[in-house]
Design a protein around this ligand. Structure first.
Ligand SMILES: *Cc1c(COP(=O)(O)O)cnc(C)c1O
Length: 336
């Protein structure tokens, strides 16, 4: 059976144009700085973010880890939202590799306010770890793809800076947030010291993320990436599809948002409780319908619809380029 695959926007295949670009890419040894295609991608990324420089990394996880390593010393405390991707889904890297201790702030909607941040800060005391970094996330994955506004990001980032903290934004899906709020991504990037974003999700590139920041920070991050084993050689082969992702695939993310809203309406019609989607992630509650999220995932699978468990009583659907508006209509038929 040909399943409708809503597990993640990471399942998107590269377009034909991306495959051609990969095949024809001009390459060199990027560890020597010689790969013209990687250099071009990093320059385009820096310009799009309004930052001085950018670094091509293997994944979002590596981008976040490189950033945390660049902003902290071992034993430092890092402040994170309690449901953040860095805390939940990155294999404990900030502790295992950066030696950082996480401090979590619980929120209703993924939005850390300046007041919450101030309550989480420690007074200066010989016993305490130094708190050096605030990490933010936008769109917020575990809070249902919610898109924080530039104003929210600015307020808390300014408060963090006032207290001497650096600010890193995990913007894996920052273009989705910018589309929802109808702003340029620079409005987010300008408030934070570093931003990480993924090419390999809704933007459909096969591999890679970028970290953008000051020239000095990116120089340091390049060396950290090498230490982590992320120095790549003829990486132009994978950077070339990334250039297409960044220059041609951003505007169509809006279709994914429209499809998520349509899917939400259909599932509500079938009696499901949902978190209203803002972007391309739709979280559906399973209570009252199923024992747990695994049972719900199995049920949908038996109908030809793939989704993922998202905690004990929630499942997640993600819309993306390989799901069309017609596919969304089919969901209604498959569930009827
Ligand atoms: C996917 C994701 C990442 C990590 O990206 P990978 O490329 O899968 O390592 C980081 N943060 C958020 C919010 C994500 O959704």
């Amino acid at each position: 059976m040909n399943h409708l695959d809503f597990r993640s926007d990471t399942i998107t295949h590269p377009t034909e144009e991306m495959r051609e670009a990969a095949a024809n890419a001009k390459v060199g040894d990027d560890v020597f700085g010689d790969d013209p295609t990687v250099n071009e991608l990093e320059q385009i990324a820096a310009e799009k973010m309004g930052k001085e420089a950018a670094l091509f990394v293997t994944s979002g996880t590596q981008g976040n880890l490189v950033s945390v390593l660049g902003h902290t010393n071992p034993g430092n405390e890092v402040i994170l939202e309690a449901d953040s991707h860095i805390y939940h889904y990155e294999v404990g890297g900030i502790s295992a590799i950066a030696g950082a201790i996480p401090k979590l702030i619980q929120t209703e909607d993924g939005n850390i306010t300046p007041e919450m941040l101030e309550n989480a800060l420690r007074p200066s005391n010989i016993h305490f770890p130094d708190t050096s970094l605030l990490c933010l996330e936008n769109t917020h994955n575990r809070h249902g793809g919610i898109a924080l506004s530039p104003h929210s990001i600015a307020e808390v980032a300014r408060a963090a800076h006032d207290h001497g903290l650096s600010v890193h934004l995990d913007g894996a899906r920052i273009f989705n947030a910018a589309i929802y709020h109808n702003v340029n991504v620079k409005e987010y990037a300008k408030e934070v010291d570093t931003i990480q974003f993924c090419l390999s999700k809704g933007l459909s590139a096969p591999v890679g993320s970028l970290v953008a920041g000051t020239r000095d920070f990116i120089e340091k991050a390049r060396k950290i990436r090498k230490r982590l084993g992320g120095g790549m050689r003829q990486a132009g082969i994978i950077a070339a599809p990334g250039i297409i992702a960044l220059t041609k695939m951003v505007d169509r993310l809006k279709e994914d948002h429209d499809n998520a809203r349509k899917l939400a309406e259909i599932l509500k019609g079938h009696g499901y409780k949902i978190i209203e989607p803002q972007t391309n992630i739709l979280v559906v509650y399973t209570d009252g319908k199923f024992e747990n999220s695994d049972e719900a995932v199995d049920f949908f699978k038996s109908k030809g619809i793939l989704c993922v468990p998202f905690g004990p009583n929630r499942i997640r659907f993600t819309t993306h380029r390989m799901i069309s508006a017609d596919d969304i209509k089919r969901v209604d038929e498959l569930l009827s």
